[in-house]
Design a protein around this ligand. Structure first.
Ligand code: SAM
Length: 230
């Protein structure tokens, strides 16, 4: 099944931790790791990114490249509610998923508490003009465009979740040019996390003015990347 103008054909699959992901048909690529979508999102974006940045802050501005299923946003909502920290979340998604797909994903039920179902639905209803607030702590907008076409505010973000498809599938997004653009939108000392630790990706980030570190990856992956905007 093809989505809107989405060049990718997708199918639902279950990953090792029981959480769903969407697989690109005919390609060795999916929205999350097959070793556990939820554990990957929790490790790469929450533990290695959010938990680090939120320390000593009451509020944080996050940019996500590739909202996709909304799993990273949902886990960030959960964490911000637990910690009662204000999160302003700007998501970018070139090919928003249709409701039929979103309704099939098991993330809200895996989080057990009933309100996550409504939270997950609201994440996908976020407009691009104003923030939609969930549980008074998590405020989200979504720009339904390609990252290449979005104009970003300079020096705004404390944390970036870079979650495009992999560099083999979308080499055009893992470039110095794109990291330059994102870097300009980040405050000095802000953090970018991503699951890829490919050498070419780390070099592109360095050229864009980041201090780049390989850190332990989620299950099934030795390393991931955390980069700090100098
Ligand atoms: C690895 S998946 C994202 C997974 C997502 N964070 C989640 O939790 O489900 C990559 C996402 O990037 C989106 N995407 C692809 N090209 C893009 C572009 N040029 N600009 C913004 N988003 C893009 C895809 O549609 C897809 O939703």
């Amino acid at each position: 099944m093809y989505l809107n103008n989405n060049p990718f054909q997708i199918e639902l699959t279950e990953t090792s931790d029981g959480s769903h992901t969407l697989k690109l048909v005919g390609a060795d690529e999916q929205y999350h790791s097959l070793n556990g979508a939820m554990q990957e999102s929790e490790h790469v974006f929450i533990q290695a990114g959010f938990n680090l940045v939120i320390e000593n802050k009451s509020s944080v501005n996050i940019l996500e490249i590739g909202l996709g299923t909304g799993l990273n946003a949902l886990l960030t909502l959960k964490k911000s509610f637990e910690l009662q920290k204000q999160v302003y979340y700007d998501a970018i998604e070139a090919y928003p998923l249709e409701k039929d797909w979103l309704n099939r994903l098991n993330y809200p039920s895996l989080l057990r508490e009933d309100w996550f179902k409504e939270g997950f639905k609201l994440i996908h209803e976020a407009p691009d003009t104003t923030f939609l607030s969930i549980r008074e702590v998590f405020h989200i907008r979504c720009f339904k465009k390609k990252i290449e076409d979005v104009e970003l505010t300079k020096e705004k973000y404390d944390l970036v979740y870079f979650d495009a498809f992999g560099p083999d599938t979308q080499p055009e997004l893992w470039t110095t040019e794109i990291f330059d653009k994102i870097g300009e939108a980040m405050r000095s000392g802000a953090v970018l996390v991503t699951y890829s630790s490919k050498g070419a990706v780390r070099r592109a980030m360095k050229e864009a003015g980041f201090e780049v570190k390989k850190i332990p990856g989620p299950a099934g992956k030795r390393e991931m990347t955390r980069a700090v905007k100098i």
